[in-house]
Design a protein around this ligand. Structure first.
Ligand SMILES: C[S@@+](CC[C@H](N)C(=O)[O-])C[C@H]1O[C@@H](n2cnc3c(N)ncnc32)[C@H](O)[C@@H]1O
Length: 422
C-alpha cells in the first residue's frame, strides 16, 4: 500500500521548470481525468497560436467534457468559458482549471486523510457508514461497477474527504477519488460501456495515492508560471448560451461536439455521478439527459422537437429517410432516423446561438467526424457546413484532422475540423 510521508522534502518538479508548451504537450493537468472522447491537447495550442489569440482573449467551449480546451486556453493566457450539460464534467473541468492551491496544506491534508483511512479500513465492515451513493445507486448497477469490498473502501474514503474544510482542496481530492474509483471499477469503455467482473485491478488506495501525487507534482510545476487565464464553467446546455454571454463578446470557439454515434454520456459517467452526489435517482439522470444534444437514441424524449429546424435542409432529410429505409422492415432501429434529424436540429440551434455571441470575424472550430448510422454514410461535416452557411457564417471549410475506421464497417471515416467565420 502506498503511504504518504508527512514531509517528503523537495518535490522533484522544483528541480526544473518546464515551459508552458511542455506542460501542455506532456499532458500536465489534462491527465488528471481523461475522457474517451477528448481531443489532443496539442491541437488547442496549435489553433490558439495559428489564430493569434492575445492574452485575455475569451475562448468558449460549448461541450467542455473533461476540459481539454479550457486547460490549454488557460495555459496560453486566454480566459475560457465552458458549458456542459453533465454536472460531473463541469465539476471536473472546474477542478482542472483551479491551480491556486496551497500545496503545503494539500500535503498535510492528504497525510491526515491517509492516516484516518488506514486506521479505519480494517474495521470497515463494522463501521456505520450512513447514507450516501451506496444507498442511492440502483443495486444492480452498483454491483456491475464495483466489487462489494471496493464499495466500502470508496465510501469510507469519500466520508473522510467530505470532512475537509478547504473547499478547493476538497474538490480536488473528490476528483482524485472519482478517478481512482472509476479506474478500480469493472468497467471498460470500449466498446460501449462493458463490464469485466473478473479483471484484476490495481488496489483502490494505490490508484488514489498515485492520482493525488500526480496532481501535486503537476501543480508544483504549473505554479512556477503565473500568467495564466481563468475559466468559468456553466452546467447547462450550450443551446442556452445567450443566457450567460454578451453578444459580440467571444473571440474564439473550439470544440469537439457529440457525434450522431449513439453514445450516451451519462451512461459512461454513471458511477461518478452517483458517487459525487450529482444524482440520487434515475429521475435526476433523466433531467441531465434531456439537456443533451441528441447524438444517441437514448437521449430522445417524447417532447424532443429540434427536428423542426432541419426541415429546410434537403440533404439532412435525405440521409434520415435513407436510414428509415434501412430499418423500416426490422424490429430494431426505428429511432435512428429521428436521432439523425434531432441531432442536426440541435447542432443548428448550437451554431445559431453562438453566431450572435461571436465577435465579428471571429472563428468557430468544430472537430467532428463523418459517421455511419445503420449502414448509411452521414457526411456530418458537409451537413454542418451547409447549415452554418444558411446562418450567415462565412468562409466555411473543413480541414482533415485524422482518419478513423467505423466499428462494424470497413469504411474509413474522416474526422475533420469544420471552420466557420462570423
Ligand atoms: C465529445 S465530448 C467533449 C469532449 C471534450 N472535448 C474533452 O476534451 O473532454 C461531448 C460533451 O458534450 C456534453 N454535452 C452533450 N450535450 C450537451 C449540451 N447540449 N450542452 C453542453 N454540453 C453537452 C457531454 O456531456 C460531453 O461531456
Amino acid at each position: 500500500m502506498l503511504r504518504f510521508a508527512q514531509e517528503n522534502g523537495h518535490a522533484r518538479s522544483t528541480l526544473f521548470a518546464p515551459t508552458v508548451s511542455e506542460l501542455n504537450s506532456q499532458g500536465s493537468v489534462h491527465r488528471w481525468y481523461n475522457y474517451l472522447e477528448e481531443f489532443p491537447y496539442q491541437l488547442i495550442e496549435d489553433k490558439i497560436k495559428a489564430y493569434q489569440l492575445p492574452p485575455q482573449a475569451l475562448v468558449v467551449e460549448p461541450f467542455a467534457g473533461s476540459g481539454t480546451t479550457l486547460v490549454s486556453a488557460n495555459f496560453f493566457g486566454c480566459n475560457a468559458v465552458g458549458f456542459d450539460a453533465n454536472p460531473l464534467m463541469t465539476f471536473i473541468s472546474q477542478v482542472k482549471t483551479t491551480w491556486q492551491i496551497d500545496l503545503k496544506q494539500y500535503k498535510e491534508i492528504v497525510y491526515q486523510i491517509s492516516q484516518e483511512f488506514i486506521a479505519q479500513i480494517a474495521e470497515v465492515d463494522n463501521l456505520s457508514l450512513g447514507q450516501g451513493f451506496l444507498d442511492y445507486m440502483p443495486k444492480k448497477e452498483l454491483n456491475q461497477w464495483l466489487s462489494p469490498g471496493l464499495q466500502k473502501e470508496v465510501f469510507l474514503l469519500k466520508t473522510i474527504i467530505d470532512k475537509v474544510e478547504n473547499q478547493t482542496i476538497r474538490h480536488t481530492l473528490r476528483l482524485a477519488l472519482a478517478k481512482a474509483c472509476f479506474d478500480g471499477s469493472y468497467v471498460a469503455l470500449c466498446p460501449g460501456t462493458t463490464f469485466y467482473p473478473f479483471r484484476e485491478k490495481e488496489e483502490f488506495w494505490d490508484l488514489f495515492a498515485q492520482k493525488v501525487m500526480q496532481i501535486h507534482d503537476d501543480l508544483s510545476q504549473v505554479q512556477q508560471h503565473n500568467h495564466y487565464g481563468y475559466s468559468k464553467l456553466i452546467n447547462d446546455t450550450c443551446l442556452n448560451a445567450k443566457a450567460y454571454l454578451e453578444p459580440n463578446s467571444v473571440d474564439f470557439i473550439i470544440t469537439s461536439p457529440p457525434y450522431p454515434n449513439d453514445l450516451e454520456y451519462t451512461r459512461q459517467t454513471r458511477l461518478e455521478l452517483y458517487l459525487l452526489d450529482f444524482v440520487k435517482n434515475m429521475n435526476d439522470v433523466q433531467q441531465i439527459k434531456r439537456q443533451m444534444v441528441k447524438g444517441s437514441t437514448k437521449l430522445i424524449f417524447k417532447e424532443s422537437n429540434s427536428a423542426e429546424f432541419i426541415k429546410g435542409f434537403a440533404e439532412v432529410v435525405k440521409v434520415s429517410d435513407h436510414v428509415y429505409e434501412q430499418t423500416k422492415d426490422k424490429n430494431w432501429g426505428f429511432d435512428y432516423p429521428r436521432m439523425v434529424r434531432e441531432y442536426f436540429g440541435d447542432m443548428y440551434i448550437c451554431m445559431r446561438e453562438f453566431y450572435d455571441l461571436l465577435k465579428p470575424d471571429a472563428h468557430f472550430l468544430l472537430v467532428v467526424g463523418d459517421q455511419t448510422v445503420k449502414g448509411v454514410y452521414i457526411p456530418v461535416c458537409d451537413l454542418l457546413i451547409q447549415m452554418a452557411e444558411s446562418l450567415g457564417y462565412r468562409d466555411c471549410r473543413k480541414e482533415l484532422f485524422r482518419m478513423r475506421r467505423s466499428t462494424g464497417h470497413d469504411i474509413p471515416l474522416p474526422e475533420e475540423i469544420v471552420i466557420l467565420k462570423k
